[in-house]
Design a binder for this molecule. Structure first.
Ligand code: XIL
Length: 359
């Protein structure tokens, strides 16, 4: 049958996956390479473009070896690359997290360090990145927001780990506009995105409406002339709490498009509840989960297809063999090996079939 990439191409849509560089280079994983190249026409580095992967020492050199291998793979396979990620609170180098925590890095120095990071990385890949996730997950969720509502993500009371920096606490929310301007100056061609999760649908949660906060933020940035070209909706869903209709998805994407920005689904996967029966492989419990997962992949993809400015649809790992939700608890929804569109043996699942049907 035809591949997702061939089908998506007819719609002018790019369909992508996050790539695990260990799997990609494992001699035993030829099937991984084959599917990554034939089924998708855009790729994202799952981890190797993150700051902690690039600069191990303060003021030290950047090591782009692994990231460049992905760029090379994409070039050979005529795939576009989403750059992920420039500014995030997670997966920053230990020296940076420590320095911020113990105060040995001042605010002035921190701003200069961030500017240098953004410019160094964007310049290195200049001309090779289609969409950059410039700022990732900068705002709170309803469950960790003050009573006044969603806000720029502050350092949690319990204290951050050494591989975390909560930028707004140290630089103020203006770091977001700065980051976009620095990125634009280093590569004027790349589309610059704000990327976050729980943006699927606008609700009536008032000050606790995260997507409304991100919408307002985007609108303000555009009004100030900040070079933000797109909003990425990660799309990490669960069959327990997700379940949006394709029209809700479309409406949310259209609303962002109304601000003059492009959109994309950037990290789609669908978790399911783990129960003893699921762990034991009981098909009576697993089948409804597989169908629920397929429903959610389908709703997001259909919503994206219906919205004119939705440029790409990327899954966060295409196989349960290498899928990050298997490494985390997610309140009983992780570790199921059910979240991707191919199973652990690279057999296409219902979710894959419904994506094909939608395309
Ligand atoms: C995840 C990776 O998939 C994991 O391998 C890593 O251990 C942690 O980060 N939102 C993002 C991604 O923007 O970068 C995250 O990727 C998943 C959540």
């Amino acid at each position: 049958g035809e591949t997702l990439r061939a089908l998506a191409q007819r719609h002018g849509l790019y369909v992508g996956t996050a790539v695990n560089m260990d799997a990609l280079q494992d001699p035993a994983e030829s099937r991984y390479r084959e599917l990554a190249s034939t089924e998708f026409n855009t790729v994202t580095a799952e981890n190797v473009m993150k700051w902690e992967a690039l600069q191990k020492e303060k003021n030290g050199p950047y090591d782009f070896t692994e990231a460049d291998k992905l760029i090379d793979f994409a070039r050979k396979n005529r795939q576009k690359v989403r750059g992920h990620v420039l500014v995030w609170h997670n997966q920053v180098p230990e020296w940076l997290g420590k320095g911020v925590k113990d105060g040995s890095i001042s605010k002035t120095e921190l701003r200069a360090i961030l500017e240098r990071h953004v410019k160094t990385v964007v310049s290195h890949f200049r001309g090779k990145i289609w969409q950059w996730d410039v700022v990732n997950e900068a705002v709170t969720d309803p469950w960790d927001s003050p009573p006044s509502g969603i806000t720029y993500r502050p350092t949690p009371a319990a204290g951050a780990g050494d591989n975390q920096v909560f930028w707004a606490d140290h630089l103020g929310p203006g770091y977001i506009a700065d980051a976009f301007r620095w990125a634009r100056s280093a590569d004027p061609q790349a589309l610059l995105f704000y990327n976050d999760y729980n943006l699927e649908a606008f609700g009536d949660e008032g000050p606790m409406d995260k997507v409304q906060f991100v919408y307002n933020m985007t609108k303000n940035l555009r009004a100030q002339g900040v070079p933000i070209d797109g909003v990425g909706s990660q799309g990490h869903l669960s069959t327990q709490y997700g379940n949006y209709s394709a029209f809700q998805i479309r409406d949310a994407l259209d609303k962002f498009a109304g601000l003059g920005v492009a959109t994309a689904y950037t990290e789609v996967d669908v978790r399911s509840q783990r129960t003893p029966a699921v762990e034991a492989g009981d098909t009576k419990e697993i089948n409804p989960r597989l169908q629920g997962s397929a429903f959610n992949y389908s709703a997001l993809l259909q919503g994206c297809l219906m919205s004119r400015k939705c440029l790409s649809f990327t899954v966060w790992g295409f196989t349960d063999r290498y899928q990050w939700t298997n490494d985390w608890e997610f309140g009983g929804e992780g570790r199921t090996g059910l979240a991707a569109i191919y199973d652990t043996n690279y057999n296409p699942k219902h979710a894959y079939q419904s994506m094909r049907a939608d395309l």
